[in-house]
Design a protein around this ligand. Sequence first.
Ligand code: PLP
Length: 471
Amino acid sequence: MTTPTQSTPTAELRSLLEDAAAHAARFLEALPERRVASTATADGLRKELGGPLPDETRDPRRVLAELARAVEPGLVATPGGRFFGFVIGGSLPAALAADWLTSAWDQNAGLYVAAPAASVVEEVCGAWLADLFGISQDASFGLVTGCQMANFTALAAARHHVLEEAGWDVEADGLAGAPPVRVIAGEERHVTIDRALRFLGLGSSNLQTVPADGQGRMRPDVLKTLLAESPGPTILCVQAGNVNTGAIDPLDAICDAASEAGAWVHVDGAFGMWAAASPSLSHLTAGIERADSWATDAHKWLNVPYDSGLVFCAHPAAHKAAMGTQASYLVRSENQERDELDWNPEASRRARGFPVYAALRSLGRSGVADLVDRCCAHARRFAGALGREPGVEVLNDVVLNQVLVRFLDDGGEHDARTRAVIEAVQEDGTCWLGGTTWQGKGAMRISVSNWSTTIEDVDRSVAAILRAASG
Ligand SMILES: Cc1ncc(COP(=O)(O)O)c(C=O)c1O
């Protein structure tokens, strides 16, 4: 095949893409039986992939074949049905295929004029998603890399809004000399909130924390007292979906307290916000529509390939003031169509709306609800099967897709025993899950977030866990 310094004939390009499809299909077809954990060492991967930068060019088909072979042992079966670590979704077939097209089309989704289809597809996704989450169609939105950047973007809009109300233009004048901004969050918030506050110059050590209940939900009674203590610009970060327990903060009661105090309410709902898309679970997110901003992911529970986060804001002017930018060469469309860079922290960027659109279009409203419900049913099945075994304790109320399991030790070394079981499960390779510490207790974390997980996957994994626990 020709090298990239010459134009590649169409037939050769087609066979390269067909090779890529064959490599991908081989990986995906092997997923159901593949060992879930990686079998490689970092040094082994370096040996295969590293060395000095080659001077000579190489045929792209050979590059692809060698890359696929060399990385194979270092791949983890995260897109498969028995990966239960962190909160990691797989890729729906339509979303995966649309993601390939996104690369082939290679649109720069920063400005409408450079990529009109990408802009309109995002517009449609924004409207569909707001509908699914039950938030206003007037909310502005952005498609970002993940919930970390969704939290950052939303909190930048919040910072703009609360300071503007205090007579300060933070975009123009920065934070030096600005009225103090009070930030309040639950003690069980996700670390990406602290990180976003650092990025925004609000600092994480100024954060005031509200204690949580036994499931990790913010206590609205304590919040109310805290809010009453001092007036002034206030941003309140709440959570839909605790990363350990899956618990969702009581949003309605929180919004009551916040609206009395005039605080901006931001919902970090990386995965838990998807409960709003399920009629059987949406009671858990009651009041969500009353918030001022929302952050979630498509690459978790919607099962869109990485990297795909979503941010929404009930104050489009604040969102645009925080993110928008102008330059004479950044040509705007005559009809003021959607320019994505006004809603994102990036300028040039991938047209990540295409796979989100394909996921939503292939599932439809009922399919999204079914995906969410199915994962939660699998989580309950895990909890039921493990919890009934002697010496195994389920630590959380399984309200969503997260299960915390603790293995009791006759000598009282429960943390050590739990860690040992987790390691043995990872080593066994039937499934993969990680550990955590929940309210001082070591626990195994099971997160069911993949569209392709079956009841058989759950039962095989339960058997592997119990095997590891009895070994
Ligand atoms: C509640 C919550 N917020 C934010 C994040 C960060 O999401 P991402 O890794 O997509 O940036 C996570 C990740 O698990 C999460 O659970």
